[in-house]
Design a protein around this ligand. Structure first.
Ligand code: NI
Length: 255
């Protein structure tokens, strides 16, 4: 059974056939899905999905792209969602994203730190999104002394991956591993010990080859497992087993 450790089934791209897609997953070998919140609204939607399907769990959090929406009231609602719903297993996705024009470093940093504090208060792991932050996200994680986190959709260098492992982090890979220009991600994956690896789709985005550009879903997480098995020189069964065990341990889920 595979564990898709990062998915967005609340996305409008699934509005037409969400239930059909979700019900197809078990037959495709997917036993668990972590549905990730990215703002207050999608966090609520993630919790609703987790309460509807026994194989779905949820995270709540505000993505750096929506850092401007963070207020005392939003933080309080995230806390309540996490406290009142046992299927909420982490705070995320949170972090820094300097990719698109118009971002505000200070606003993103404050939003990130407030949610790190929330995770500490609730004794929960965090799911980190770091895009083009020039090392700032990792500096903040160090300053805050965070040890219980996952760097999702990892696309950095092998050196950075090793640094994260030293900090106690998990490192998670998407279908990017299967892309033709994936040399860096492949090297990074090679540098992470087996017991720190997780697999994810980040669906509906990031569909792996040979489905690149299509709508992604957890049924494609096996392509990530296949590529990871090849990189690590172990069997597909071993990668499936270890990444599922890693995600269960990380998110505190009993089999
Ligand atoms: Ni995501």
């Amino acid at each position: 059974m595979l564990f898709d450790s990062h998915a967005h089934f609340d996305d409008p791209q699934f509005d037409g056939d969400r239930d059909t897609v979700l019900k197809s997953l078990k037959n495709l070998g997917v036993g668990y899905v972590m549905n990730i919140g990215a703002d207050l609204e999608t966090s609520k939607a993630a919790v609703a999905l987790a309460n509807m399907y026994d194989f779905i769990y949820a995270t709540v959090g505000v993505h750096p792209g929506d850092a401007g929406s963070m207020t005392d009231e939003v933080l309080e609602q995230l806390r309540t969602l996490a406290l009142e719903n046992p299927r909420v297993r982490a705070i995320g996705e949170i972090g820094l994203d300097y990719h698109y024009e118009g971002y505000d470093e200070k606003v993103q940093e404050t939003c990130f730190r407030r949610q790190i504090a929330l995770a500490k208060e609730l004794d929960m792991p965090i799911v980190v999104h770091d895009r083009d932050s020039k090392g700032n996200a990792i500096s903040i994680l160090r300053e805050e002394g965070v040890k219980n986190g996952v760097m999702h959709c990892f696309s950095g260098s092998a050196e950075t991956a090793k640094e994260l492992v030293k900090m106690g982090f998990m490192v998670s890979f998407t279908g990017v591993l299967t892309f033709k220009n994936a040399r860096r991600a492949i090297e990074a994956c090679g540098a992470v010990p087996l017991d720190r690896l997780m697999i994810e789709t980040d669906c509906p985005y990031m569909a792996p080859e040979p489905h690149r550009g299509e709508r992604n879903f957890s049924g494609y997480v096996g392509y990530v497992a296949d590529k990871m098995a090849e990189i690590k020189g172990v069997s597909r069964e071993e990668i499936a087993q270890i990444t599922t065990e890693n995600a269960l341990r990380f998110y505190g889920i009993e089999k």
